[in-house]
Design a protein around this ligand. Structure first.
Ligand SMILES: Cc1cc2nc3c(=O)[nH]c(=O)nc-3n(C[C@H](O)[C@H](O)[C@H](O)COP(=O)(O)O)c2cc1C
Length: 279
């Protein structure tokens, strides 16, 4: 299911330019007479007309206050309020007017949200998180993650993978010290999760485990939680620590929690770099 909201505009070119260049929306679809814009999963259409729709509020929301403040600096001249917390709705927001007088709202929610990222955004924004807020992951949220992870693909649908949540601080500290700075992010998070697989259930248990681990990382990100792949955790000491049978495979042990700050975007090659022509 998806949807979009249309507004009539007397100045289609100016309005589209405003929402693209000033607000940062992207053109999603050009139709004859209408332009459809996109901000995350929010679709907004403007259609040229002799009338103007100015009712309602167009709300854009961001991950944190700093981005709301950044938008305020941009729209200070057309802002009708300053950014502030609204305890009733548990948001931080300000209002401004677009060039035809529509009310725009820029806000961040001050509480966790159900997933709202679209698939492409989820894939493009996931980052390795190595620093975490001192805030526990609620048990019900963990259950939701594991519910979604049931859909991870496995060889012949053997479903050979399993998760071990680690909440014991001593065990977590010991896992964090396994590989020096490489495994230290485990110690920075409120908890960790080991993703393992059972060779008795699948001939391709390594692939099953690795895919399930990445499925878990994407699911966590969709819920606003950070993870980080920690390599080379398929080792005796880790298995002894977590009570994992020695023949089983440990795909990774990831820290899990709410990210502290923004992890930044590491450099990526252009798409052509990853595509080899057949010779
Ligand atoms: C197979 C694999 C092993 C990795 N091992 C570690 C690790 O041991 N410690 C760590 O901090 N990050 C590790 N990473 C995370 C990478 O450094 C990270 O994915 C990469 O720098 C790109 O950043 P991004 O995940 O934020 O896009 C690993 C990632 C992969 C896929």
């Amino acid at each position: 299911m998806a949807g979009l909201t249309f507004f009539r505009t007397k100045k289609p070119e100016e309005i589209v330019k405003f929402y693209v260049e000033e607000v940062g929306m992207k053109i999603w679809l050009e139709q004859s007479g209408c332009t459809l814009l996109k901000h995350g999963n929010f679709l907004l259409g403007f259609c040229g007309s002799d009338d103007v729709d100015t009712q309602g509020v167009i709300t854009f929301f961001y991950d944190d206050r700093s981005k709301v403040n950044e938008m305020y600096r941009r729209f200070q001249e057309v802002a009708t309020t300053e950014p502030k917390s609204n305890e009733r709705y548990r948001i931080y927001n300000f209002f401004a007017k677009d060039p035809e007088g529509r009310t725009m709202e820029f806000q961040t929610f001050l509480h966790p949200l159900e997933p709202y990222l679209d698939g492409v955004e989820l894939l493009e924004t996931r980052r390795s998180v190595r620093h975490y807020r001192d805030k526990a992951v609620p048990g019900e949220l963990l259950v939701k993650l594991f519910e979604t992870c049931r859909y991870s693909p496995t060889s012949k649908n053997t479903q050979s993978y399993y998760f071990i949540p680690v909440n014991d601080k001593d065990v977590q500290r010991s896992l964090a010290s396994e590989r020096g700075s490489s495994s230290s992010p485990i110690g920075n998070a409120p908890m960790a999760v080991a993703i393992c697989s059972d060779p008795e259930r699948s001939l391709r248990h390594v692939q099953d485990g690795v895919i399930a681990a990445y499925h878990f990382m994407l699911t966590a990100w969709a819920h606003g939680l950070g993870t980080c792949w920690i390599a080379d955790m398929d080792r005796k000491s880790v298995k002894e620590n977590l009570g994992i049978p020695k023949e089983h495979y440990v795909a990774t042990v990831t820290p899990l929690g709410y990210p502290e700050g923004s992890p930044g975007t590491p450099r990526r090659e252009e798409a052509e770099h990853f595509v080899k022509e057949l010779t």
